[in-house]
Write a protein that binds this ligand. Structure first.
Ligand code: BES
Ligand code: MN
Ligand code: ZN
Length: 497
């Protein structure tokens, strides 16, 4: 979908829908008053009747409004003006687009909010609108005969003459971000019988080629040659049917000698738990266990398409965690790529075993800074709830950079401690360490495990087990994959350039 930018007056814009943002307790002397006057006072009467509240993401649609060329007006609440930020603006825009896109072949014009608070430029608002147009018109139900959301037949963002150039740049950027989020979402939302290591790698190479990036795929024999005994053990239960893959996608936007950011993703395309089998209720959503890899891919591609002046390499460790006569077993002692031996005490703590080898591979491939993303622990969801990403690091400056980027992107992330004594919980009598840390502090002991494989490079681990996958649809976002942290990673890369 091509999103147009137009400097037309909002009442002249022709479309099925005109979307207008309305602040809570609108200022009746500003732009809202002009709109109200043109509509013969309809808006202020609706405000008086409390039908139109302007509360964040509350919307009201009005048919056949005299004085506008569009078929319907969709007034969507922006909330209190002084509270408006990128995240809240996104919620309002997503709500509007999801409503419009719930019917087939609709065209839409979005009028950006007239007065924006400090900190949001017209370009930012246009980027938010473009992202919403792209993300909000695609659902998780692509395999239904009648999906709940449809492509828009046309989409336009209105801008003033002064802000036209900024709005155009913003729309271009927002569209790239939205498309990357939809790539991530699609990979996560498709069922595990369609997305397995080989098919994920295929999708990744196609997306990388389309963005002009180098993509390398390592198969089973190459992983064996790399001595990735930890990752390969997880894959063993199904490797004769679904062999593992390691995908590396390289973008060189910076100078040859500039540092390289590695984005490493956990790609367990289905997590049954292995012999430490999950109960059905916990297994139902385990197609989402490759969300880290899908996020690493989406973000790397977006960073490249945005042409950011940085060097970024995405790494995706792809396996299934399944049950068979060949499955890895409790008591097995694995030798990871870096030589560390690991006693397996729970085959459901598999994500860290995959990341162990991919992290050490990234370090040896020249990573200067690392961010990994993983749906790693239920314990992180217990600690922070379903909407917040857990942040763990061996380097506070690097953690602060990632936390700052998350704040700018409007994504909730919270740091947890990495005190030395947590590592004691991983001690084993028979190997260098074991793969679980006992009952308490499970998100942290998982992070302490990963720390053994990053060779003291500045590293941030993002546990996205909670926020990456939503159990239900809401008016402002589809259930299923949320593509969380794609925007944060793009912000991180922007701040490095
Ligand atoms: N993939 C799961 C973590 C998960 C839980 C992701 C909920 C998304 C939603 C991970 O592989 C896992 O099973 N972790 C175990 C670790 C335990 C055995 C130490 C867990 O969290 O229970
Ligand atoms: Mn597991
Ligand atoms: Zn898992």
């Amino acid at each position: 979908m091509e999103i147009q930018v137009s400097t037309q007056a909002w009442h002249e814009a022709e479309a099925d829908w005109l979307v207008v943002g309305v602040p809570e307790s609108p200022d009746l002397s500003g732009g809202f008053a002009a709109l109200d006057a043109a509509l013969g006072g309809t808006l202020s009467r609706l405000v008086e009747a409390e039908d139109l509240t302007g509360k964040l993401a509350e919307s009201l649609s009005i048919l056949d409004v005299p004085g506008i060329a569009a078929g319907r007006l969709l007034a969507v609440g922006l909330g209190k003006n002084d509270e408006l930020n990128v995240e809240r603006c996104g919620k309002a825009m997503m709500t509007a687009v999801r409503k419009v896109a719930s019917k087939k072949n609709r065209s839409v014009v979005i009028a950006l909010p007239e007065s924006l608070p400090d900190g949001i430029s017209a370009g930012d608002a246009a980027a938010v609108a473009a992202r919403a147009l792209i993300v909000g018109s695609v659902g998780q139900d692509s395999l239904k005969a009648e999906p709940g959301h449809h492509p828009l037949s046309a989409a336009t963002v209105l801008a003033s003459t002064e802000s036209e150039a900024d709005a155009k740049a913003g729309v271009g950027k927002g569209a790239i971000i939205g498309e990357a989020m939809n790539l991530t979402r699609n990979l996560v939302d498709l069922p595990p019988e369609m997305i397995y290591p080989e098919s994920f790698a295929q999708r990744a190479s196609e997306a990388a080629a389309a963005a002009g990036l180098t993509c390398t795929v390592l198969g089973q024999a190459e992983l064996e040659a790399e001595k990735m005994g930890s990752m390969l053990a997880v894959s063993q239960g199904s490797d004769s049917e679904r062999a593992p893959r390691l995908v590396k996608v390289e973008y060189k936007g910076g100078a040859d000698d500039a540092p390289t950011l590695a984005i490493v993703g956990k790609g367990v395309t289905f997590d049954s738990g292995g012999l430490s089998l999950k109960p059905s209720d916990s297994m139902i959503t385990m197609k989402c266990d490759m969300a880290g890899a899908a996020t690493a891919l989406g973000a790397t591609i977006a960073i490249a398409r945005l042409g950011l002046p940085v060097n970024v390499t995405g790494y995706m460790g792809l396996v299934e965690n399944m049950v068979s006569g060949r499955s890895y077993k409790l008591g097995d002692i694995l030798t990871a790529r870096n030589g560390v031996t690991i006693e397996v005490q729970n085959t459901d703590a598999e994500g860290r075993l995959v990341l162990a080898d991919v992290l050490s591979y990234a370090v040896d491939s020249g990573a200067d800074r690392i961010i990994d993303l993983a749906t790693l622990t239920g314990a992180c969801v217990v600690a922070l709830g379903e909407e917040v990403t857990g942040v763990f690091s061996n380097n506070q400056d690097w953690a602060d950079a990632v936390l700052g980027a998350a704040k700018t992107a409007g994504e909730d992330a919270w740091q947890l401690p990495m005190f030395d004594h947590y590592a004691d919980l991983l001690k084993s009598d028979v190997a260098d360490c074991r793969n679980i840390g006992g009952r308490w502090g499970g998100a942290i002991t998982a992070a302490k495990f990963l720390e053994k494989f990053v060779s003291e490079k500045p590293w941030v681990h993002l546990d996205i087990a909670g926020p990456s996958f939503a159990s239900s649809n809401k008016s402002h976002r589809e259930g299923g994959s949320t593509a969380c942290m794609v925007r944060t990673l793009i912000e991180v890369a922007s701040s490095l350039g």
